[in-house]
Each structure stands twice: as structure tokens, then as C-alpha cells.
Design a protein around this ligand. Sequence first.
Ligand code: GCU
Length: 608
Amino acid sequence: MFVRFVFFVFIVRLKPNKPLKTPSFVALFLSLTMNLIAQTFMMNPYDCPDAVSLNGKWNAIIDPFSRGEAMKFYQNRKPQKNTEFFEYSFDHGLRLDVPGDFNSQTPELKYYEGNIWYQRTFEAEKKDGRRQFLYFAGVSYETKVWLNGLEVGRHEGGFTPFQFDITGQVKDGANDLVVLVNNERRPDGIPAMNFDWWNYGGILRDVFFINRPEVHIRDYKVELKRGGGGIAGYVQLEGARSPQELVLTIGGLDTRQALTTDAKGFASFEIAASPELWTPGNPKLYPVTLSTGQDRITDEIGFRTIAVKGTEILLNGKPVFLKGVNFHEEIPQRLGRAHSEADAAMILSEVKALGCNFIRTSHYPQNEHIVRAAEKMGFLIWEEIPIWQGIDFTNPEIFKKAEKMLRDMIYRDKNRAAVIIWSIANETKPSDDRDKMLTGLVELCHQLDGTRLVGAAFDNPRYDKETSTFRLVDKLADAVDVVGVNKYLGWYQPFPVEPNRIKWEVADGKPLIFSEFGAEALLGKRGPDDVAHEWSEDYQAAVYRRNLEMFRNIPNLRGTTPWVLFDFRSPYRCHQTYQNGWNRKGLVSDQGQRKMAWRVMKEFYDTK
Ligand code: GCU
């Protein structure tokens, strides 16, 4: 599967009408293929001792007519002769914070969709027998990277990490790094042309220069042995040509295990141990160290089981109700993408105040600081790739793009015990193409990770007036382990009858999570609780009360995630009194003030 994937994507990516001289074609083929392998098998910099942060102020050029590649911005040349000049320069101009979206850094970029060029230099020390990489935790939406004037790689997708092997291009001393980012929406994108959140573009997340030993730890998994009875997992080294010795230790369990890899650097292990299980109430993490003669990785690992049994979700064998909330990766007060540990702490402090044990990081893999902080605080996580509404399922390219995003999301967070659900779609319309593609993605997800549940969110349950019942007929709902329902009764559609008379026959025999519900309210706006167009807190709170009343009648309800924790920015929202480019469904305003509905939800969770 992997080899096919590498070969196929490479051929598809070359522009057939682009004349390439043989030598550069071969170099490009090898470099792209190597980078694709390096990209797919990437080291996690947050556990890695050799990762140097490249965060900070970078030079930038706005390139609205996309002329920069033709003008070779990536060479970053300076005039050498009197007769020479270049109609670009990175110096003495725009400077942008990395990480961070560019839209929120200067007024003229608020709505910008197009090319932005970033440039900085960094010092490197080339040592024999070491490999060098550039790691990007997240760049939206399409990226091309050059080092010292040579292209080192490309990436599509705004929310998963990627890395490029630059061993052949990096120099001793100063290195010139140029990154082209394009955030234009595209019909064959994931997400595509329309989505209800701000189209933040730029180098959104952390960037690292990583200088690794020739033979280093590239990948590992440490988990409870499936079926119980201990701890199991594997280690994969990069660069091994013969069996290698390494040591695995797990602090707090008095475990020290010597391992010998095969000639390709792979070793699996099983250890008799009885770790304290990770739970929201006791988010126990163990310090895990993997060390070879030259390399050492540390991580903090939690151990738990998650399963579905009938309509129950079982955490460590016990039924759990998921008291959750949705949030976008956004800090409303800064008008920008959240990206730091401090941002994660702010968002999650509000999640904790609401009384949650669960989060849905809608609608894309959010930055690793949020996932790791949530795990430390004891929040279970539903993570998803941004297959959101209008995706072009007739285009076979979409499956490959979705497959890569899914692989990279799972690859990055497979050791995060808090993650219990991988979700592969939000509100997609049934069709033969969509059913085939997404049920295929469900199957792939189970193959990539047999330890977690696979979910999706559906807005297409249909109401039957005769029986006052919602039902869902959908092949994708039949395929997933957990069904999410997004229904805005009391907002986008009135309650068809009194809430306590509504019946739900959706996802029979499996767990149902009400993954979105709510209404909009402008903080401080008061009014009658039965008039939607007043946009009042009273109305929003009444909608919450009526939904919670209805939930009592859902026999297989195993979780709720109201939409949404904070007001968030969206180009969809154009009411110039109440919205002004904000989706006002937040339980908390964009200035961090809690609305009346927050209290309704808090009281509900306090009863659970
Ligand atoms: C949808 C969608 C959200 C959107 C919300 C809304 O269900 O999943 O991304 O923001 O409804 O309309 O506010």
C-alpha cells in the first residue's frame, strides 16, 4: 500500500507539460520520493532533543498575482553588478510572526487569499554521519519550500505536519530558507470552496530545524497490549543497515527493556506490566524513554482501552458519557489561529470550567499543544480531518488527499491516549461516490489504527411527522462505530413538536453523540425567549433547554458537544448588527464572556 502510494502521488504531482532536463528530472524524482518518505515518516520535534525552533519574525512578500515563482523569489538574490537589479527583496519590508496566520497580523491581509512568501536564514553545523530535516507543524493551505535556492519539498493541506530531508541541501553556517504559502480555496481541496470558518493562511504552527544522527528513532508506538496483560508496541529506526540495540524504559513501572531491531531497524515488544489506567479523572501519564547508542527520545504515555459494546462507549471497560464541547483552533481575542501552549491553556481552561470530559477539535486536526494539553488535563478527544460539506467526491484525487491527511493525523497522535475517535467527515451528502470513498476511508482508518473508534457527523437525519421520529438512512452511518448528529432544532429549523414528544431512531444499536446543536446570540442582547431574530441570550438559552429536554428521549445518546464554545470568525455571517463576520453560536463571546446558555449547559453537565 505504501509503495503504491509513494509512486503514484509522485507521477500525479509533476506537471506533464513542464519541460524538465533529464538530470533535474532524476534529481527531482529522487528528492521528491525521498521527501515523501521523509514526510510520511516524520520525527515528532516536541519529543526530540535535536529540534531547533525556527519560530520568530520572518521576512515576507505579498504576491497577489502569483508572480514570485517566475521571478524566482526563492533564490533571494542580491545585485552583484552595477547593471543588475531585482524587482523583489525580502529585506526591510513586511515581517510576519511565525507561527501565526497572516490574516490577523496586518489589516490589509484580513481577507487575503493568495500567495505569501516567507524568508529567513538560520545557522546550521554540518556534522558527518547526521541527517538534517525541516519540520512544519502546520501550514495552510499549499506549501513549497526552498533551501539555499533549491526546492526541497511541497505539501498540500492546512492542518497536519510535514517534514523534508534537507541533508543534501543544508550548508555549514547561514542557510537561506524560503517558504511559499498559498491559502486560496480550491474545488479539489479538503476543505473545498466553502466552509464556515475563517480561511486563515500562513505558517500557522511551529517550525523546526532538526539535526539527527544517521541512525535515529523515527517512529514508535507504546500502548496497552490488545486483549490486556501488559504493554506492547514497536520502534522503527531510520538509517539502520544492521540490527541495532536499544533500551526502552517506562518510569513509574520500573521497566527497562533491552531490544534488538532487525536489519531494517524495526523491533516490537511486549512487557508484563499493570499501569494505572488513564481516565479523565486520573489522566495518568508515564515517562517513556527510548534510547540507542546515539539517539534518545522521551514521551509521556497514557494507557487505556476504548471500545464500543452495543450502544455503550466503554472506557477501560466501563460505560462513559461524553460531556463535550466543540471549538475551532482560534483565539477570538487575538482574531487569529491558536498556535501556542498558552493559547491551548486558555481554550482548555474554559472547557474545564464548563464541566467537560470530552472535546471535539472541529473541523480539522488542531495543533499538538492543544492535543497534548487536553491529554494532561483529562479530556477525551474526537479528532477529525476537514472533509466538511461540499467536497468533490467525483474526483479520485480526493481519496488520496484524504488518505494522506488521515495517515498524518493518526501518525502524529497515535500515542495520545486522550484521542478515542478519529472522525472522517462532517455533514457530507450521500451519493454513490461519497458512500464509496468515505466507507473506504472508514476501513482504512481501522487498518491504520485498530485501537480507536471511527466516527463521522451527520446532518441528514429526517423527521417523520406521522410518528414524530427522526431516522437516518445512510451507508456511511452504517459503517462507522460512532454516529455524530448535527441538528439545530430551534435555530435552523423549529422544533416540529414539543421536544419531549420527539423520538429518535438513529444509529440503532450503536452509540450516538449529539455532535452539534445550539443557536446564535450576541452577548448582552436580551429579549423574548421565543423570537429568533432578536439574537438574544434568552432565546439561545431557551434553545439549549429545549434540546436538553429532547435528549432525554434518545435511548442511545452517549455524548453531547454543543456548537460551540467560543464565538468564531466566519465569512458566512453577514448580519451587520449581530454578526459582522462572526458566528455567534458561542456559549462564550469573542471577548471571553459567558452567555446565559453557558449556565444551562454547565448545569446539565453537573448532573451527569
Ligand atoms: C454546521 C457545521 C459547522 C457550522 C455550524 C453552524 O453543522 O458543522 O461547521 O459552523 O453548522 O451553522 O454554525
